[in-house]
Design a protein around this ligand. Sequence first.
Ligand SMILES: NC(=O)c1ccc[n+]([C@@H]2O[C@H](COP(=O)([O-])OP(=O)(O)OC[C@H]3O[C@@H](n4cnc5c(N)ncnc54)[C@H](OP(=O)(O)O)[C@@H]3O)[C@@H](O)[C@H]2O)c1
Length: 298
Amino acid sequence: MLPVRTLIIGSGGRLGRALSVAFQSKGHLVQAFDRSMLDLSSANAIESTLRPLEFDLLINSAAATNVDRCEIHPDEAFAVNANAPGHLARIAFDKGAWLIHLSTDYVFDGQTNRPLTEQDEPNPVSVYGRSKLAGEQAVLAVSTAFLNVRVSWVFGPERPSFLDWVIDQARISSSIAAIGDKFSAPSYTRDLASWLLYLMEMPDRPSGLLHLCNSGSCSWLEYGQFALDTLLSAGQTLVCSKIAFKRLAEMEKFVACRPVFSTLSTARFRALTGLEPRSWQEAVREYVLKHKLMATAA
Ligand SMILES: NC(=O)c1ccc[n+]([C@@H]2O[C@H](COP(=O)([O-])OP(=O)(O)OC[C@H]3O[C@@H](n4cnc5c(N)ncnc54)[C@H](OP(=O)(O)O)[C@@H]3O)[C@@H](O)[C@H]2O)c1
């Protein structure tokens, strides 16, 4: 069987880097594009860079992901998060290729208190969320066989996230506060990559919308505290071992609104694949023990 020719857009990002490594290690012929190789805000650049290529699968994990910057620069957000995915989808469709586009729990308003399914009505409360929702719609307008994968709170060794910030702070500062009244589920890049590989290899590939994250739900505070507890149990020394509670409403530096409860239900993924995403605690523990332990003085 010929290897799958896979384009990964956004390969300089947290998830894009993980996908490039994972798909290559499974024998895909990966061509990876970071921002320096392809600026998604330019339709001409997309056309001239990708149109000449032959490929079977295109994964787009590039996005304008700074939620507050998107609020201030909506044109840039919509160019990258909405127009570009539609353009990528048209090229993939013309090539007869399949497309996986990454999206977000921020398409929801966060006003529920139960895990959100693909049937739940999106209602974004920020420019970032609106632009990502428009991107999903642009992709499915080209082909209903394409797949939008919504993920949440992505972490991994490829690029620092909230988790790494908390750990760094706990090593140097005697007090840390994190938001305790906003809930979602962390998603480990390593797990996301293995699940996307599994979906890609299914004889009947899923289409439409799919929610993917590690199992469970937590606040930012619980997420960070679990990482610190894991380090403490491993014998690590921290300057701060207890994170203080902060309310979302106290985050005066936030420009954009954030959904309060946007934990994604993975019921559709579980029904389609028979796979059970491991808990966010297991995933965080593995990440912390593998990547965040510091050598202690003998
Ligand atoms: N991070 C999260 O917690 C989270 C949560 C929910 C959903 N998601 C979604 O998951 C996907 C992957 O996110 P991630 O965590 O890997 O984010 P990330 O690390 O910010 O990666 C996004 C990549 O897109 C690139 N990019 C931004 N503007 C671009 C442009 N004009 N042209 C080309 N590339 C551009 C960025 O380039 P630079 O490296 O130059 O910045 C970055 O490498 C995105 O679709 C995101 O919306 C992420």
